[in-house]
Design a binder for this molecule. Structure first.
Ligand code: URP
Ligand code: ZN
Ligand code: ZN
Length: 467
């Protein structure tokens, strides 16, 4: 068979195995694995390189309306370009339900923003913020049927937080339809109480963002989310877990046989609360929720990745510009941490940080890296043709130079934000070439794709969501 592309002489790793072989690609799919695969239109020599499944980042925010004059720093073009430079081939952004607008219409607006602009493949999660009878009875089940098989609910944030009864109602829909529920677990009332008290005491600097949502706020909500899911007998994914106590809630639930899954993110491995302590407003660059914690929390998150409490490692890329009235330094944000938009950029740095700090420092194996960065995301979120290097799978591949040393810096990144919270972190190992469904998007660190060819992927039900 004549092949479109052969990736030759590399060391291939999947979630289970590591082996030397060439990868033959035709029609956007992996069609052969072996040696001397035959004639190909193009051959990439991957000698000395790792050939890995392209990263799947199952938690990113792109072009999401953020209210109050705040504008997200990435549209689909810059966000997915940045993702591709970071070794990713698929990202899963959120389609946030707008009150008083049919969910499907909102989703169509996201598709319109993404169409023709994506350098990686894209699959949307939904966010349910207003679970009306219409949404629960008609709109959500229909969209799940159409391949939007996961949705996120928030236990905090003005205009987004669901109460416990609403949580039970949306979880019941997931139970009936086989969708996967993702939960942002923080106690809204506790945060409001603590925020008001801090403001009354004049404690309004960015660092008090951390004080306003301490560990018990996250632990309690994690426990409550798990308990509600247990009542409905439905699997649940606790996203962006930041600390030991929330992690232990997941571990305990799993040891009782509950289908509870966990996600952590780079900010909880390499940042701490002290980063929000910068001069003037500099700390705003690190404001995200849950906030980065302390050194013990970092250890706990590493342990969670090592011992299976967490199945996925995502970026929670939620980019705002810093020096911008529509970003972190918006006029209200200068008056109190309460108004600093929550979220930090990270889609391009997620994998180099995990590779260098994880594989490079012996905390996880290369195969665990693949599982945490790609394979588990595909399985959990129903991307059945993605996340592995095997015959028949989409040819979504990242070629890594494991020896390449880089210092993370805004100047080397491609996102729309004007800073990176990971500035100055030294890493060893970098994705140099990214291939999406057989087409080279980034080659040797330079953008190759003249036009974006990423597509939306309708997803299957999660294998993990079947109760
Ligand atoms: O601060 C964060 N994480 N912002 C993004 C929205 C979310 O809760 O995931
Ligand atoms: Zn969240
Ligand atoms: Zn998020």
């Amino acid at each position: 068979m004549s092949l479109d592309l052969v990736i030759a002489n590399g060391l291939v790793a999947t979630a289970s195995d590591t082996f030397s072989c060439d990868v033959g690609i035709s029609g956007g799919r992996i069609v052969s694995l072996g040696h001397a695969l035959g004639p190909a239109t193009e051959t990439i020599d991957a000698s000395g390189k790792l050939v890995l499944p392209g990263g799947i980042d199952s938690h990113v925010h792109i072009a999401q309306p953020s209210g109050d004059g705040i504008v997200m720093a990435d549209d689909f073009e810059s966000g997915t370009r940045s993702a591709a430079f970071g070794g990713n081939t698929t990202v899963l952004p959120f389609c946030m339900q707008e009150k008083d607008q049919p969910l499907r219409r909102t989703l169509e607006e996201y598709h319109a923003k993404a169409r023709g602009k994506c350098y990686t493949d894209v699959a949307f999660h939904l966010v349910i913020s207003d679970p009306t009878d219409q949404v629960l009875g008609q709109d959500l089940p229909a969209l799940i049927e159409d391949g939007y098989t996961s949705f996120k609910v928030f236990m905090t944030y003005e205009g987004l937080a669901l109460d416990d009864r609403q949580m039970l109602e949306v979880m019941s829909v997931a139970r009936e339809t086989g969708a996967l529920v993702m939960v942002h677990a923080e106690n809204y009332d506790a945060i409001r109480f603590l925020t008001d008290r801090l403001e009354r005491a004049g404690k309004t600097a960015p660092r008090f963002h951390g004080t306003s949502r301490p560990v018990p706020v996250e632990r309690e909500a994690t426990h409550r989310a798990i308990s509600l899911a247990e009542l409905i007998d439905v699997p649940v994914m606790i996203v962006h877990v930041s600390n030991r106590e929330a992690r232990d809630e997941i571990t305990r639930a799993r040891s009782r046989g509950l289908k509870v899954y966990g996600e952590t993110c780079p900010q909880y491995l390499v940042l701490t609360e002290a980063d929000m302590d910068g001069l003037n407003m500099e700390g705003a660059k690190y404001v995200c929720s849950p906030p980065p914690r302390d050194h013990d929390s970092q250890i706990a998150c590493w342990e969670g990745l090592q011992n299976g409490a967490f199945q996925v490692f995502s970026s929670d890329h939620c980019p705002f510009r810093y020096d911008d009235p529509a970003g972190k330094l918006n006029p209200k944000g200068r008056t109190s941490f309460r108004w600093v938009p929550n979220g930090i950029p990270g889609v391009e740095t997620r994998l180099p940080i995990l590779f260098s700090e994880g594989v490079g420092k012996g905390r996880i194996t290369l195969n665990e890296f693949v599982a945490l960065s790609a394979t588990n995301h595909a399985k959990i979120y129903g991307l059945s043709k993605k996340g592995s290097i095997a015959i028949g799978m989409d040819a979504d591949i990242a070629i890594w130079d494991p020896e390449r040393e880089m210092t993370i810096s805004q100047s080397v990144l491609h996102h729309g934000s004007d800073y990176t919270p990971y500035e100055g972190i030294k890493v060893k190992g970098w994705p140099v070439t990214t291939i999406v469904r057989g087409r080279v998007v980034v080659r040797d660190g330079a953008l190759e794709a003249a036009t974006p060819h990423g597509e939306h992927v309708a997803r299957d039900r999660s294998a993990y969501a079947v109760p």
